[in-house]
Design a protein. Sequence first.
Lengths: 169, 880
Amino acid sequence: MNTEQNVDQVVDESLVRDLAKKLLRQTAPEELPLLRPASERYFADPEKALRERREQQEVLGFGAEAVVALLTPIVLSVATDVLTEFATEIGKVAGSKGVSAIRAALRRLFRLEPASDQAAPVEIPPITREQLIMVRQSAFDRAVMLDLPEEKAGLLADAVVGSLAISES
Amino acid sequence: MSSAAPHATPEPWPLRRVDPFLLPSVTTGRFLLLITAVVGVSLFAYNFVYLAFVQGKTTTEVRDAAWWMIGGVIVLLVGTAGIYLAMPGWIIRRRRLARLIVDDSPELSEEVTRLASEAGVPRPPVVLVDVFNTSASALVFGRPRRRYMLLNGGLVTQFSTDIAAFRATVRHELAHLRNRDVDQTYLAIAVWYSFLLTALAPLAVTMLLEPGWYLVGMSWRLLVLAVIVLLFRNAILRRREYGADARALQLDGPHGALRRVLAGSAASRSRAATPRSRWWPFRTHPPTAMREAALDNPKALFKLGFWDALGAGLVATIAFGNATMLINALLAEPAPLTIRWTAGLFFAPLAAVGITAGSWRTVLFAQNTGGQPVGTLAVGVGLGCGMLLGEPLSLSASITGFWGVGPAPSPLLVTVAVLALVMATVLFAAWIRSSALAWLPTVSGRALRVVVIAAIVASAVVLTVVLGYWRMLHDLHPLIPILTEQAVTNYAMLSASAWPGPQWLWMALNHELILHIVRQDPIVVTVVVLWLFPVAGLLWRRSPSVAGRSSEIPKRSRRPTLIVLIGLAGGAAYAAALLLCRALVHTSMTTNDWVASADFLQVFAHWQIAGAVAAQAAVALGVALWVGSFRVIWGLFAAFITGTVATAAMLGAIVVGGCFDAFSVLPAPCAWSSDGDHVIFMLRWVLVMGALAAIAAGLLGAAMAAIVPHGSRDQRAFGTPGSSGSGQEARHFQFNSSDSQAADVKDPKMKSIQKATALAATLVIFTGLAACSGPGVAAPTAPSSPLVGTSPSTLTTLETAGATQETCDLFRQMVEGIETLSSDEQEQLMIKMTDAVQSSGNPDLMRAVVDMGRGWLDSNPEQFAKGMRAVSKICNVPYE
């Protein structure tokens, strides 16, 4: 599995949503009700979804509302990036095993609930410390690029790594 | 001694003092008025397109334009319905909203359902989310039976982080549903978009394809119209926000987060710093600082001021001309007032809803807070100014000009008319407040709502009459000078045989415009409604639940009985005076004075009416001075009784004269001989003119009572609780003590307003009379009508010209046969000349013929010759 198209097949909406849910539980649990509709919007057009965070006043609205920084679209984006990176790496060692096996490996890597029709996962080598640092930096950079404050970006990156570290142990 | 009660947390202000939802909202009527006005304006657009493209190109009739306009309105309404129904789907698609299902957050779904039930919203709204919207806000929209509540992403997170803030915001939105804001708001939006698409766009295309001199005038008016609609709509929406906050506060309770949400947001803080920025009239929400203040003191929910009334008057009249245009095209030979009153029924009742509900709310607020109801001057002036501005700003004015068809009226006429209209609207506003003061202490609960609806109906009747009559005067103003000249002519003719009193009195009672009013049914209904509705409130038994502020129900006053007796006494005094006059006239009349008899009877009838009106004014003045409250209302009531008795006396005196010769002025049978139409006309004449005089007298009485120091009776009205049975009741009635025109006589400012209003009313009435008196007796000239074709004035001109010619022909016969005609033949010619000259409209000719007749009857050759010479000169018939 070497093609970009196959990576996209591996990192499907269900996988990203499950990882995002796990990350949100740690970083912004109050946004969990938004996850399903947000992921639908995100997967329809990821770039547009990230652009659309906004506020506006409207007829019969409340009219004096506070503005809240929403993490969900960023979490979805970071989860997609991280999963894509890992899917690419796992694909290199997967040999002839299919998309389902790689997806199962990713679920096991991040300790996500197995899918109902899941195949036997690809066996993958343990993740090194350097890899963890790279993953954290990648997640942090992506979050900051999406205008998340550094403090929150750090928390999110730690949550990503924490997920992996837990699965590694 | 009461036992110690546990310390209770004080309820928030609105719960403790006054319920904002006890009375109907003012905004419903305004929304409907706005929609009606937009529909009305569209009539102009469709008619304009019709005139440009259809008429003249095919064989058409007048009614074709009407059907064209009706068809256009149907298109507009269908477009409105389509936009309204499509709007929820459009909002959902445009904002890519997602439905929040129970699995997303069972707790959140359950909480929204619970809050909806708590708010009295029977069917919980479908919850949608705008997931990437970061503001902690919500929005309600949708159709009946399918409401949506949109929660922004920011608000959804508050469900976990700040549940109190979440509840406050959701309660605010549910309050919009409970207050029925959604349909009206989106219908107003839909009708505006539909207007832009189906009326304004065709109009704009027509203007471009058929450019004309009207282009500039129409363009700026369209801009002004758009701004007015926007400002009016946003003013209503801002009021709706106060209503939603008040409802949310009731649900949120004293410990809710509504106040904190309003105060705490960054947006709130920035806006609170500038509560009245330059652009606030264009905002759909009030400044948050004002919303916070309204939570403590919901005065904004009970406020009715100049701008509210100005907007109502403006929107009620801006499309009025278009409605009359449609009715004129639909009805066969409609009467001018019928057209305008019918058109008025489209607009005035809706304006009356806002003004009446607003006025009642201000009174309710004042009663419950122990404050003063705001004065009605600003409201009345605002309404009057709005009604004045509506026509010049209407699209039709871009073609007809400010003053409609015909030349501009004289500055004096404009001044008098404007003052009279503003005075009428000020009195109207004061009357509404008096009615509220009369009724509010008597009813509560469901009965209160019924009474408010009755008040709205009553004020709608009055405002429709005012609006319709004002627009008739506006549209037909070129006729006023002509009708005035005719009245002057009649006055001059009658002055030659009997003294009809001062000219202003003659004009006040006999001007054709006055008589035209008298003949209309709605004006009579209005005269009765003016006193009947508030008096019914004053006579209504005080409800114990309303009088709960007092320890006992106030005893019935004997005042109404005394007022009835005063009214009857006034009528009886008039009857006695009338019989005395008839006896005096009978003894002094010359039996063969036939010329004098014909004119004298008219003058005598005039004096009878004048006497009845004076009797009503005197009774109203006396009652106004005597009663301590509701002076004008009680005065009108007493005057009505006096007028009814006086009319009966007038008609009965004819029978008395038939039975007893000593009271006979004209031979009549000793039996009832007046037909029904005559009786009704006399009754109307006396009651309508008497009511106007009674209002002026009542105002005068109120002003005099304000100037004269109060005696012990009024001081009792200011008593502390217990001193007059009911403390609150007494304090409430102190508003009424200075009656409907102003307010508490204790307040120097209000006292000044009361005096000024009363004096201004008197001045306007007398200025109007003076202005209508015209140029004086010696100045009549042949009327020169600015209208041509089928106008009544043209017919009048033709008739008068024919009568003059007939008079001159008869005179020529008399001159040519002066040597040959017998005395009887000459007398017959004189009679014919006298008959003919009455329709000539030429006072010089009338005076000359009267001189001839007088000289003939009195065997006075000099006077006869003087008349002959004058007629000879006017008719250009040589006579030696």
